[in-house]
Design a protein around this ligand. Sequence first.
Ligand SMILES: [Fe+2]
Length: 379
Amino acid sequence: MKKQEEYSGVGSIENLRDIFLRQNAGKIFLVTGRKSFEMSGAEIIFKKLSREFEFIQYNDFTENPKYEELEKGIDLFRKSDCDIIVAIGGGSVIDTAKLINILSPQEQKPSVYITGREEVKIKGKHFTAIPTTSGAGSEATHFAVVYMNREKFSLAHEFILPDAVILDPELTFSLSTRITALSGIDAFSQAVESYWSVNSTDASKAFSSEAIKLITGNLQKAVNNPDSESRINMSAAANLAGKAINITKTTAPHAVSYTMTSHYGVPHGQAVSITLADFLVYNFNVTEKDITDKRGVSYVKNTFKDLLNLLGSKTVTEGREKIKQLIKDINLKTSLMDCGISSEEDIRFISENVNTERLGNNPRKLTKEELILILRNNL
Ligand SMILES: [Fe+2]
């Protein structure tokens, strides 16, 4: 996969002008969030740049991008005839921009590619991603999520990986407590899941272990008593977790989460973290009979030993408690019941609508019955 042009550190957004000049860009398609664009301080920066460059801004979409909103963006992008594309915002903003950029030049309608009936053939325009949250790590991945009729799809292609990334932690300094918590715990879940994924490599484990260390050391502070150091560390951590899942993709906690988000309105970070501690225990107890990782039981057992070490825990029970405590410390919920998911019917519905593609990356096989048990225990 290609290497990204990467700029990081406080003030690194100043590099944007050089990127525009190098790309010979006169007209730029700018995908932004609604509130985050102003809150992050980005609006002022772009106002200054608009003296030199023309921007067409698109922000007409909600969190967890829907297909209809994507179509609107593609329409506008095609008509606008822009030279390059820039996304500045959280994971949903960057994912939306990725999909607009990659699906606009293709010959057939977007749904054909999203559902995997056709493969993407044409590369989009030069794409710069600038995260304003420390969470999804979308700036570092070659896939993007979109919901069609409440079903989650992830389009993956090497062309989707942003060409340039600006990781300016200053844009995250004014994040609300809640967004810091929700995005930070998403980064944490992604790092942990990547660590135990069947697709892990030495490189991905290096990224995810660094992310886990940074998050356990800084998330609580970034949420409850933020200073620039904790914000800077969280920004780096989220990007590292993104780089890790770019190699491995996510596993069971993400696979189970999408229905909680699309049907019950549970925010992504909350939804992925709610089963993370339980899956730590479940995956830890992998056996010859139910292992899915081709490297074998002893390899996976060693991975979990290392992971528990990273979490500062001696036993899996301690590791489980550590994760639950981290979630509590940042004022998020640790039970499904608290998220409005409480009946046997809800549990059945969630277990019947698991994302099987992401579940395939989990190191231990999971039957519907086992999942029901895990969810029931979580009420
Ligand atoms: Fe995520």
